[in-house]
Design a protein around this ligand. Structure first.
Ligand code: PLP
Length: 415
C-alpha cells in the first residue's frame, strides 16, 4: 500500500485515552486522578471568583462584548502590556523593569503554554539551536512539540529517579555531553515550578548551580512556567527561576536569548480559552535584535494560525489590570494551593507516605507515587481509581468524599 493507505496510526494520547475509559467505567466509586485540572473539594471544575467577576464586567460592556474581529498577529496590545508588567515588573522587580525600559522583550500572546512552546521551538529550530534537552521524566508533550517544530535532536537529562532529584548527575551529564558536541548549539527546557509529572522542584541553591552550568555551557534556557502560583499560592513569588535568570548579575545576559513560555490555563482556570504568552529576552545592543525577533515571531504565528483568540485574553487582561480583581485572583490561587496542601496532609495521615508533605521540594497538583505500571493497572482494574501509568497522581481529584477509598486502594496495591 502507499499514499493515504500507508499512513501509520499515531500513538494515542495517554491521558485523554484514560479519560475516555473512565467515562465508560460503571463502578460507582470510580475516581479520576489523571488530568492536571484543578477540582474543588466537591470534585467540580469551577470558574475562579476573580475570573467570574471579570467575565461579568466584559458581558456588561457592549463594546468589548460585541467585538469579534481579529486580534493582531501577536495578540492584543492591552494583554501584552499587562502580561509584560506581570512577568517583568511584578514577578521580577529587580532587573525586569529595566528590560522593559530598554525594550528587550519580544512578546507574543499564544495559544496557552503549548502554543508558546510551539512558537518558541520553531524560532529556536530555525535560527538558534540544533539540540534541545528535556528532563527525564517530563510532560510527554514536550517531546512532541519540539519534534513537530523542527528538532531532530532531542535529548533527555536525568532529573528524578527513585523518589529523588538527581541534580548532580544532571549537571555532570550536561557538562560532558554539551562540551563534546563542539559547535552544536543547545537549548534546555526548565520547569519553572511544580514540575510535571513529579511535583519535585530543585531548591534555590540547586537552581543556582543549575543556572550557573547552563550559562557556562552557553545553552539557551526555555522556562516553561505552566503553574506559576501553584507552588506557594503567590504567583509573583513562584517566578523565582525567571528572577534568578534575570537578576543574578553574574549572568550579565543570555547571549542567545532567554525564552519564557507562560500559561494562564492552570492558575486562572482558563484551560480551554488558550491564554498564554511567549517572551524572548534579547541581549542589550543597539542593532535592532528585538525588532528582528518580533518580525520572525509574527511570521511563525501568521503561517500557523494567523492570530490568537480574543475572549480569554480579555478576561486575563482585566484580572491582571484591575487592582480589585488582581487581589481576588491572588486569593483564588492561594485558596487552590491551600486545598492541595491539605489533601497532601490528609493523605499523608492515612498512608504514612512522608514524601507527600515534603513541602520544601513537593509542589503543585501532582505527586509521583512510585507505583509501577502494573500497580497502576491493578488500581484501575480492581478499584476503578485512575492514574497515569508512570504513577503520577493528580491531587486535585482527591476530596473528602473519596479520600478514604483512594487511600485504601493505594494501600492495597502497594502492600
Ligand atoms: N507545560 C507543562 C509542564 C504542562 O504540564 C502543561 C500542561 O499540562 C503545559 C506546559 C501547557 O499547558 P496549556 O497549553 O494548557 O497552557
Amino acid at each position: 500500500v502507499s499514499g493515504i493507505e500507508a499512513i501509520p496510526r499515531a500513538a494515542p494520547d495517554r491521558i485523554l485515552g484514560l479519560t475516555e475509559q473512565f467515562a465508560n467505567d460503571l463502578c460507582k466509586n470510580k475516581v479520576n486522578l489523571t488530568v492536571g485540572v484543578y477540582k474543588d473539594s466537591w470534585g467540580q471544575v469551577t470558574t475562579l471568583p476573580s475570573v467570574a467577576l471579570a467575565q461579568r464586567q466584559i458581558d456588561a460592556d457592549v463594546e468589548l462584548n460585541t467585538d469579534l474581529s481579529y486580534l493582531p498577529i501577536t495578540g492584543c496590545p492591552e494583554y501584552s502590556a499587562s502580561v509584560l508588567r506581570f512577568l517583568f515588573g511584578e514577578s521580577s522587580p529587580g532587573y525586569g523593569p529595566r528590560l522593559l525600559r530598554e525594550d528587550r522583550v519580544s512578546f507574543a500572546q499564544t495559544l496557552s503554554g503549548t502554543g508558546a512552546l510551539a512558537v518558541a521551538s520553531k524560532l529556536l529550530a530555525l535560527f538558534l539551536a540544533e539540540t534541545v534537552w528535556i528532563p527525564q521524566p517530563s510532560w510527554p508533550n514536550h517531546w512532541n512539540v519540539f519534534r513537530s517544530n523542527g528538532f531532530a535532536d532531542i535529548r533527555s537529562y536525568p532529573y528524578f529517579r527513585d523518589g529523588r532529584l538527581v541534580v548532580d548527575e544532571w549537571l555532570d551529564m550536561l557538562r560532558a555531553q554539551v562540551r563534546s558536541t563542539g559547535a552544536r548549539r543547545h537549548a534546555i527546557v526548565l520547569h519553572a515550578c511544580c514540575h510535571n509529572p513529579t511535583g519535585a522542584d530543585p531548591t534555590r541553591d540547586e537552581w543556582r548551580k543549575i543556572l550557573d552550568t547552563i550559562h557556562e555551557l552557553q545553552m539557551i534556557p526555555v522556562i516553561d512556567m505552566a503553574y506559576q502560583g501553584l507552588e506557594s499560592g503567590n504567583p509573583p513569588r513562584d517566578a523565582y527561576v525567571l528572577r534568578m535568570c534575570l537578576d543574578e548579575s553574574r549572568y550579565e545576559c543570555w547571549p542567545n536569548g532567554l525564552f519564557v513560555c507562560q500559561s494562564f490555563a492552570k492558575n486562572m482556570g482558563l484551560y480551554g480559552e488558550r491564554v498564554g504568552s511567549l517572551s524572548v529576552v534579547v541581549p542589550p545592543n543597539e542593532s535592532g535584535t528585538r525588532e528582528r525577533v518580533d518580525s520572525q515571531l509574527k511570521q511563525i504565528v501568521r503561517s500557523a494560525y494567523s492570530s490568537p483568540p480574543g475572549y480569554g485574553s480579555r478576561v486575563a487582561t482585566l484580572v491582571l489590570s484591575k487592582p480589585s480583581l488582581r487581589m481576588q485572583w491572588y486569593k483564588d490561587v492561594a485558596f487552590m494551593v491551600g486545598r492541595l496542601n491539605q489533601v497532601r496532609r490528609d493523605m499523608h495521615e492515612l498512608l504514612g507516605w512522608p514524601g507527600l508533605t515534603n513541602f520544601e521540594q513537593q509542589h503543585g497538583m501532582f505527586y509521583y507515587t512510585g507505583l509501577s505500571s502494573k500497580q497502576v493497572d491493578l488500581l484501575r482494574s480492581k478499584y476503578s481509581v485512575y492514574m497515569t501509568s508512570d504513577g503520577r497522581l493528580s491531587l486535585s481529584g482527591v476530596n473528602d468524599q473519596n479520600i478514604e477509598y483512594v487511600c485504601k486502594a493505594l494501600k492495597a496495591v502497594t502492600r
